[in-house]
Design a protein. Structure first.
Length: 96
């Protein structure tokens, strides 16, 4: 669970929902051809015989900070630095 405290109380978000939210935002960016399973998600999808809902995204909580790993396939011929800037901006906006 990812939680933070406000003046009205505590808000908790599951890591699976958070990963789905980030994955959706990243896949909508220009130049992203698709999301790719991380090795852990690939093993999990083979065992369960279905695609993971949080495909290509891994969220970790380390020392009170969130770390997000995004595995993507990019469109051929597109500037990778521009794609990364677009993804960072869109994911940061969506999360905040």
């Amino acid at each position: 669970m990812i939680g933070f405290e406000t003046t009205l109380g505590v808000v908790e978000i599951s890591q699976e929902y958070f990963a789905n939210l980030i994955g959706q935002a990243a896949s909508e960016c220009y130049g992203v051809a698709g999301m790719i399973n991380s090795p852990y998600q690939d093993l999990r999808s083979r065992v369960l015989r279905r695609d993971a809902p949080d495909k290509g995204v891994r969220v970790r909580n380390e020392n009170g900070k969130l770390t997000v790993d995004i595995h993507i396939a990019v469109t051929y011929g597109v500037n990778i630095a521009a794609i990364v800037r677009s993804i960072v901006h869109k994911v940061r906006y969506t999360v905040e």
